[in-house]
Design a protein around this ligand. Structure first.
Ligand code: J2J
Length: 532
């Protein structure tokens, strides 16, 4: 396995192969097989064009050739930051076939995150769109390439300007390397709870297994149409079952970068969408919008909601208001995904976040001393299994804390299990804010704040929010009273932090409440802001 990644112990790899979880399939082969089987059928419908399985397969080979000629080789890391466009698929499958390793950045990431991704992975290339949603990614790339010495290539979809245009990289196919299915295929990024996002190395074997199972659980087949409204680089719309699970099942992906009812509803009607995936705040907007729109949403069979807790009152309204089955999805880029099943009784669909998708997922719910709690009690969820990583990339020290000595991943989620084996997410033990599905590691933002000369100390906590579930509040101890809220926010923006990480609220405070051992008492800070 690629250096600095943690493999499963041999007894487990043997078992996962023997039980047929890992079938030795690679992503490159998967697309090849689908192209042979489905040929001219549409694989992906984008905004301006669509592409068949056959043409996608061909374009991928051509692009692999061009990227190879440019100098991209097996194991090279390539930071990919693309919106929901057909080229996303061409790029990632071309990299998969070369054995190069994409790092999946989100379109909302900015200089602070991208520079770190490129630096930490020692990326050789960074692939972007020229512009998206009013932002020019080339200006970001220009800054990044000036500061990251390993970065040799910027590849741009659309107008490349000074950089390499993607459309010039489609060349005559070349011989491709043999790729081992047990090898790393890409890096996902963790929501994180400490300083910076961790790199999550996923293998062909484990990820394709998760796609196969997801497609099964979500009843995807050749006539399924999956609408992607969330950014597809994120693990949820990528794989649960997401766009890759849809291609695995031979269905059709419809791309939209926009989750608003004005964009999404007409698309559902026109493209006869059967399934889509939302985070809770977007689901709330959709529930409100249905009655005032003329669109026919009757093709929609399944509405997935996940990434953050979906309240039961809203969950209850999905079937009567939208007319489709709600599926709750509780997953994580590190692996484990829980789904409610499509034929579950209503009470389970509404009140739980599902159960593990694989019979080989192992679950432990433990107290602070790692002792298992009684059934129905709340504790931290630990898990291991055939598609859950055993360690983050290049994080030897941190892995000792994030995983138990016998390889269980500490999710940091507080859950309880129902007698039927379903999980209910009750809270969080990790220092993170879940802002409508977007994860903010408190320490990351705190570190940025501490860089301000007038900030003596800072602590970020969540505050409850009806719409997003949670928003962020920064408590700041300032050196003097010349510091104001606008300055704090502007400072973070200037440092190139993704917009969703800028605190929604800033409170100045003289000193932090402390716990018995002298740590900042975030519980009491949360209480303070909730009371305001
Ligand atoms: C409460 N909290 C949830 C839910 C995730 C499928 C779906 C989601 C993700 C994802 C994913 C939740 N209720 N239904 O990767 O494949 C919180 C938990 C979890 C963290 C993981 C997938 N669904 N969460 O959200 O890596 O705290 O993955 O540990 O972004 O989101 O975040 P992330």
């Amino acid at each position: 396995m690629f250096a600095n990644c943690t493999s499963w112990p041999e007894a487990f790899t043997d078992q996962y192969r023997k039980e047929g979880c890992w079938k030795g399939e690679t992503f490159g082969e998967m697309l090849r097989e689908r192209a042979l089987k489905y040929g001219d059928r549409t694989a992906v419908t984008g905004k301006e064009r669509e592409i068949s399985y056959k043409h996608l397969d061909r374009n991928v080979d051509q692009l692999a050739a061009g990227l190879h000629q440019m100098g991209i080789r097996q194991y090279d890391r390539v930071v990919v930051q693309l919106p929901n466009r057909i080229e996303f698929f061409e790029v990632i499958f071309a990299l998969f076939r070369l054995g190069a390793l994409p790092v999946f950045a989100l379109p909302s990431h900015r200089y602070s995150e991208i520079r770190y991704f490129c630096e930490f992975s020692e990326a050789k290339a960074y692939i972007i769109a020229d512009r998206d949603a009013g932002f020019d990614f080339r200006s970001l790339a220009k800054k990044v390439i000036e500061t990251v010495p390993t970065l040799q290539h910027i590849v741009v979809i659309g107008d490349g300007g000074k950089f390499q245009a993607l459309d010039q990289l489609y060349q005559d196919p070349i011989d491709l390397p043999n790729i081992d299915s047990s090898e790393i295929v890409f890096f996902q990024l963790s929501g994180g709870s400490t300083g910076l996002p961790k790199f999550i190395p996923r293998t062909h074997d484990d990820y394709i297994y998760s796609l196969r199972l997801s497609a099964e659980v979500c009843n995807l087949h050749e006539s399924s149409v999956y609408l992607a409204v969330l950014p597809i680089a994120h693990n949820y719309p990528l794989s649960s079952p997401g766009v890759l699970g849809t291609l695995y099942a031979g269905g059709r992906v419809v791309l939209s970068g926009d989750s608003s009812p004005d964009e999404a509803f007409p698309l559902i009607e026109r493209e006869q969408v059967t399934i889509t995936a939302l985070v809770p705040p977007i689901a709330l907007v959709w529930l409100e919008a249905v009655s005032s729109r003329q669109c026919d949403l009757s093709s929609l069979e399944v509405l997935q909601v996940g990434g953050g807790k979906f309240g039961s009152e809203a969950a209850r309204r999905v079937k009567p208001v939208i007319g489709c089955t709600l599926q709750q999805v509780y997953g994580m880029a590190e692996g484990l995904v829980n789904y409610t099943r499509l034929d579950d009784p209503e009470e389970i669909l509404i009140h739980t976040q599902g159960r593990p998708m694989s019979p080989y997922d192992e679950i432990r719910i433990v107290d602070e001393e790692d002792r298992e709690v009684a059934l129905g009690e709340v504790g931290e969820l630990l898990t291991r299994g055939p598609y859950t990583i055993r360690g983050y990339y290049k994080a030897k020290e941190y892995n000792r804390k994030a995983f138990t000595s016998d390889g269980f991943y500490r999710t940091g989620d507080l859950v309880r299990m129902t007698p039927e084996g379903y999980l209910i997410v009750e809270g969080r033990a990790k220092d993170q804010i879940n802002r409508g599905g977007e994860k903010i590691a408190a320490a990351e933002v705190e570190n940025h704040l501490l860089a301000h000369p007038l900030v003596r100390d800072a602590a970020i906590v969540s505050m409850p929010d009806e719409f997003l579930g949670e928003r962020s509040c920064a408590f700041v101890i300032a050196q003097d009273d010349s510091l104001n809220i606008a300055e704090v926010k502007a400072f973070l923006r200037e440092r190139g932090l993704a917009a969703f990480k800028i605190p929604d609220r800033v409170e100045f405070i003289d000193s932090f409440p402390k716990t018995a051992v002298g740590k900042v008492n975030k519980r009491s800070l949360r209480q303070m802001v909730a009371n305001k």
